[in-house]
Design a protein around this ligand. Structure first.
Ligand SMILES: Cc1ncc(COP(=O)(O)O)c(C=O)c1O
Length: 427
């Protein structure tokens, strides 16, 4: 076996992978048509006319609705906006608690704070990286208004069970499905199991519009509230005959005609985009099966994982070297990977210092909840010691690349004794 690249040998992957590009002539043509039409946004102010967006936006929503077999699809200009709209639509107010996973992108939690809601961080399951059901149950309280589940890395959180808990308690389940288009649980699309599902269409997702997002729901009342929040609800509540004006104010979350036109083309090819990543990831998982101390991402039974991130776990006691040593060695072999994902969110300064809106600690001053280190031990351990992430969405990859990356991981694994002695010498 050749010398490890980190010790001066030849890397397995000699040059960087090309960045992923999914835009082609069809998108170019769609954009050209919109530009020629002279209408880059079809939203007008009044409830009676134009309030729901232009032709491309409405067609994109209709196509999304039909693809995901859902009652309503409401486009927005990011998943961050979509999450805010969703929490607004279900009526979150100051002091209401929303259970969120500790490991997720920051917008999952900040969307709660926009309405004065209190994110309550539940721990994650070490196998799926998604919400742990026991931790969710332990964190439920009389103030819990919603569970905001994240289908992290492209795999379903335990959605059916979470929905059951939500229904039993008369609270809402919202899915942050930014990372999971076409992921499924028991044959149902992620995004459709909660009361509202939110997708991201930002530039590094499976399909994208540069920036953008989509909310879906089967509930016509929530759909109307989402449409209103997207487009300065305060100005149209009277015309719409809406008497519950809770959270009906504030935002411009509108998607442009240009973005919607690109989105329509991308949506038409979504199977191809998602299948390609799934093939790559399945092959990579097979390539690194049965290596002591390495756990490739398991797929939950009856679920489809769509691999926004392919994340393995290093169990250092079995591997004999630390996660970060392993990463340095596979990176030297040419694998563009990263340690961990994000810090458990409650470790961010905002939660540690309890400062969000204004300087009096609002909304944290409405709550006894604490954000101390140690709150979610599994999330902290996985972040600090175990997760190695790789983003199939970022690179132009096929199954032969999965073989190369697998070979790089196996090469490092086979020679890890050499790294162990380096670690000892460095200590
Ligand atoms: C889990 C999760 N939620 C929300 C977002 C926010 O998405 P956007 O960038 O479309 O606002 C992201 C973006 O990566 C995400 O991964």
């Amino acid at each position: 076996m050749t010398e490890l690249a980190i010790l001066g040998g030849q890397p397995i992957i000699p040059r960087p992978f090309a960045p992923y590009r999914s835009l082609g002539t069809a998108e170019e043509k769609a954009v050209q048509q919109v530009v020629r039409s002279g209408c880059l946004s079809g939203f007008y102010g009044s409830w009676e006319s134009g309030f729901l967006g232009g032709g491309e936006v409405q067609a994109f929503e209709a196509e999304w609705k039909s693809r995901f077999k859902t009652g309503h699809a409401i486009s927005v200009n990011s998943a961050t906006s979509g999450l805010m709209a969703a929490l607004g639509a279900i009526g979150i107010g100051p002091g209401d608690e929303i259970i969120v996973p500790a490991t997720t992108m920051s917008a999952t939690a900040t969307a709660c704070i926009v309405y004065g809601g209190i994110p309550v961080f539940a721990d994650i399951n070490p196998n799926t990286f998604c919400l742990d059901l026991d931790s969710v149950r332990e964190n439920l309280s009389g103030k819990t208004k919603a569970i905001l589940a994240v289908n992290l890395f492209g795999q379903a959180a335990p959605l059916s069970e979470l929905r059951r808990i939500a229904d039993e308690r008369g609270i809402f389940l919202i899915e942050d499905n930014a990372q999971g288009p076409l992921a499924t649980e028991s044959g149902r699309y992620c995004g459709t199991i909660g009361h509202i599902g939110v997708f991201s269409l930002n530039y590094h997702k499976h399909i994208h519009t540069g920036e953008g997002g989509m909310c879906i729901t089967d509930d016509p009342r929530l759909a109307q509230r989402l449409q209103m929040i997207r487009n300065h609800a305060e100005a149209v509540v009277e015309a719409a005959g809406v008497s519950d004006i809770t959270n009906m104010f504030g935002f411009n979350f509108r998607l442009t005609e240009l973005s919607a036109a690109i989105g329509r083309v991308q949506l038409a090819a979504i199977d191809e985009h998602v299948n390609r990543r799934e093939r790559f990831a399945t092959r990579l998982t097979a390539n690194v099966a049965n290596l002591e101390g390495i756990i490739p991402p398991p797929v939950r039974e009856n679920c489809r994982h769509v691999y926004y991130v392919w994340a393995l776990r290093c169990i250092s006691e079995q591997l004999g070297i630390k996660r970060d040593t392993f990463i340095a060695a596979i990176a030297a072999e040419g694998v563009p990977c990263f340690p961990a994902y994000v810090r458990p969110l409650y470790l961010l300064p905002m939660f540690q210092r309890r400062i969000a809106m204004g300087s009096d600690g609002f909304p944290f001053n409405l709550s006894q909840r604490t954000y101390d280190k140690g709150l979610c031990p599994t999330a902290e351990r996985l972040h600090a010691e175990e997760i190695v992430g790789f983003e199939p969405c970022a690179w132009q990859l096929d199954e032969s690349d999965a073989d190369l990356i697998g070979a790089a991981i196996r090469k490092v694994h086979a020679q890890r004794d050499k790294l162990r002695s380096r670690e000892r010498n460095a200590a």
